[in-house]
Design a binder for this molecule. Structure first.
Ligand code: 5AD
Length: 451
């Protein structure tokens, strides 16, 4: 989005460029033909997205220069870790101390973290995760825009509000022109550098039509394109890669094959994972993860989910809370909690308990994967509470997604009810994201730092 910093190309080694941001060196993959040393570029998600003129870059950098270092200081201050409290459980302090030194934790230790319920202990876990986020990812935060191009879906996922179970929903499918217009607005008017195109599994678009749309977006509005159209087959993935897509957002939802089959009638985990593995081999950047709190899920399952996301080489983890939708078979299902909700003090409402559960998962994910993955604050988490995005960013997360779907369609992309940002225009979303990021000392650079 517009909250992005241009970098200067310092070195080119085949397809890799070294980019300078106020003295910090970062690495990105370049596929643009016309890049030379000394050029200014925007990079996103590890890819060079576009080149910008020296005069434009210099005027943007002049504004950023002071702010950049101020933000880093704020972040450093907020993410300081003190594990010296003698009153806290010794066992927990030992686990967190080990985690803070990036030593690998055992399964039992990680499960113990997922079981935490005491507020002060939980706080220490989140602080440790935030410390590790700062240590390895600095104050970088990436911000993607998502365009939900169609809410038609042939799948019967039991929890999902756009599945075929929802007979009440008004369905829409954006035309090619509408999609291109939305991409243009996001990239040219608002400065997004990365777009996710998402839909239900909708045979209403052929792979060739999707390829055509992606190609035109890439030609006209330089941006990193992620696809999120469900299981489009290996041939489909290949075609869309050739068309210019470089990222795949596809959750495996759960690593437990039995739960997977129960909640996704007629589908299996193997096919899901095969898509993710093949996409990675093709060169796609992978965003994946699971639902937190779906029926039958144990804390061991959640830990396995985190390990699976890592095993799938996720560039970004996307773990979000399950929110029951009234027009699905899971309308009356209460999200699973660890520890059980009944163990909690009465004051904890269901939503705040779910936020707590979700940020705990983000924090454990950050401990499992210190260095590689970005962690997304999901819209589902933001839906549970206005403060949740901040909580997530302070629990190891370093990525946000803003909704750039035309406002007229947004209410119909009802995967769960009352989604955050449902009726917020793009400017309002950017303003609040920028305010939040600034208050936490985060900057919009999201490519790998070379130390
Ligand atoms: N609650 C939370 N997330 C949901 N999704 C679908 N339905 C729900 C729900 N009821 C998520 C799925 C899917 C993503 C697009 O939306 O994890 O991968």
């Amino acid at each position: 989005m517009c909250y992005a910093i241009p970098g200067k190309v310092e070195k080119i080694e085949k397809k890799t460029v070294i980019v300078d941001y106020f003295g910090e060196k970062r690495k990105a993959l370049n596929e643009l033909p016309q890049i030379s040393v000394g050029d200014y570029i925007y990079a996103q998600g590890g890819f060079v997205v576009s080149k910008i003129s020296v005069s434009e870059a210099e005027s943007i950098l002049a504004v950023w220069k002071e702010t950049f270092f101020q933000l880093q200081e704020v972040d450093l201050r907020i993410s300081r870790l003190n594990l010296g409290d003698k009153n806290t459980d010794k066992n927990l302090l030992e686990i967190l101390d080990k985690a803070s030194q990036s030593k690998e934790l055992s399964r039992d230790e990680l499960l113990c973290l997922l079981e935490l319920k005491d507020q002060s202990k939980l706080e220490l876990l989140l602080k440790t995760a935030n410390f590790l986020r700062q240590k390895y990812h600095k104050n970088s935060c990436c911000v993607h825009g998502i365009i939900e191009i169609s809410n038609h879906c042939i799948r019967g996922c039991q929890y999902c509000g756009i599945s075929y179970h929802n007979k009440e929903l008004q369905r829409y499918r954006m035309t090619k022109d509408e999609i291109l217009k939305s991409a243009q607005v996001a990239v040219q008017e608002y400065g997004f550098k990365s777009l996710v195109l998402q839909s239900g599994e909708d045979p209403g678009y052929s792979v060739d039509e999707l390829a055509d749309i992606i190609k035109e977006i890439k030609d006209k509005f330089p941006t990193l394109v992620f696809i999120s159209f469900g299981e489009i087959g290996i041939g489909g993935l290949e075609k869309l890669y050739q068309a210019g897509a470089r990222g795949l957002l596809m959750r495996f939802e759960t690593s437990n094959p039995k739960i997977y089959e129960d909640v996704h009638p007629g589908q299996n985990l193997e096919s899901r994972l095969m898509h993710l593995q093949q996409a990675y081999k093709m060169g796609y950047m992978i965003i994946t993860g699971g639902l937190i709190g779906i029926p039958g899920q144990s804390k061991e399952d959640i830990l396995n989910d985190i390990f699976l996301a890592k095993e799938l080489h996720a560039e970004m983890f996307s773990f979000g809370p399950f929110i029951p939708h009234p027009h699905t078979p899971f309308a009356e299902i209460k999200p699973v909690q660890h520890p059980a909700l009944s163990d909690r003090p009465v004051r904890a409402s269901r939503a705040s308990a779910q936020v707590e559960e979700a940020v705990k998962v983000l924090a454990v994910a950050r401990i499992v994967d210190n260095t590689q993955a970005k962690i997304l604050v999901t819209t589902a988490l933001e839906t549970l509470s206005r403060e949740a995005a901040k909580s997530g960013l302070l629990a190891g997360a370093n990525s946000l997604m803003l909704n750039v779907t035309p406002l007229a369609y947004r209410p119909f992309y009802s995967i769960y009810p009352n989604r955050a940002h449902q009726s917020e225009n793009i400017t309002a979303q950017i303003d609040s994201a920028v305010m939040l990021l600034r208050s936490l000392g985060r900057a919009p650079t999201d490519i790998e730092t070379i130390l």
